[in-house]
Design a protein around this ligand. Sequence first.
Ligand SMILES: [Zn+2]
Length: 423
Amino acid sequence: MSAQHSFDLVLRGGRIIDPANGVDAVGDLAIADGRIAALAPRVPDGAADRIIDVSGKLVVPGLIDTHAHVFEHVTGRFGLNPDMVGVRSGVSTLVDQGGPSLMTLPAFRRFIAEPARSRTLCFLSAYLVGGLEGHYYPQLYRPDCVDVDATIRAGLANRDLVRGIKAHCEMGGASRWGLEVMKLAKRIAAGIGVPLYVHLGRLWPDAEGGRAVDPDLLVEELIPILEPGDILAHPFTRHPGGFISTRTGEVHPVIHRALERGLTVDVGHGSHFSFEMARRTLAAGIRPHTLGADLHGYNVKAPGGDADPDRAGNPFFGVAPFSLTHAMTELLALGVPLAEVLATVTANPARMLGMAGEIGALAPGMVADVAVLDLRPGAWRLSDNSGETVEAAHMVVPEFSLRAGVPVAVDSPLLPAPVPAAA
Ligand SMILES: [Zn+2]
């Protein structure tokens, strides 16, 4: 800021919503030295170097995407460019879910986290090889491809980046080696002192000649391995092995007990998301704690390349464009209140990352990661990978973001264009 001004920047006249502090008021947000300096009904004109009028827009803490795949170049066609998924899509902080492993973490730091304008963290892969080609080759993920002690050492030496551990609990792996990998992953997470993020829903085909796995029993066997703070992902999956029992068509009772015990839920949208499964899960009283877009190179058409037809047999495969803000629009359309939807991408993920004092809120002194959103009224058509369409009364459209106080344009080619229902 210049000598005569108190603030570098003021976002003027927006609707400031900060779920962590129960704020929902129209006013000005002032920034100085890359941090939140003040929230006030009106900051005097002469107090800032620059004023941006955001009247009619939402001003919220910088969005946090808890499920990204941005280990570009190393994870093959799976990894997207971090800033395309991050700041250029209106998202300040990204958590790569299981891309880097103990072997590739130095490359993740040097070539992804350091150069990205988006704050880029990770849940370290429990497996030696990490998420190469989106976990396409199941034989790389067997128990003897996990090194518990070495992964704990890598996590402890890189705690600034490593905020959790990622592993998969699904029928294809269980048909080969049961839940052994989950137990090893839990030992790694406990050894570092971070949560374990568990992918639910089929990933790999059953092993030829392997034992057939009952998805309901698999979930029952998994839950006792987990502890409060661990994260169950893909609750709305259209693939068996998620929250919905294949026997009853309703939420598995063991899930209710797990959530009472303090386990949490991440949507992990991706190509797993089904409106029907989401409605059943929400109707059972379950609310996701965090959202997570789960964008990757097989479910969006990245510039310069198509979603890869060779991978059409992979259950991740899907081509409907989406983004974190699009996933927010879907939660709103499903009846989740705005403040709760915002909490899934701000306050709640900040807590999951152990960073509630730094990001995910708009209190003075915190890093000025801010999202400016347009809550655009209309009749918008949303569709899922099962072919269902839903009409939304509001579309969440990112306008721009601040990363540590610096404005960044929202111009990502990944953002879907709003589709009017009448089109
Ligand atoms: Zn994923």
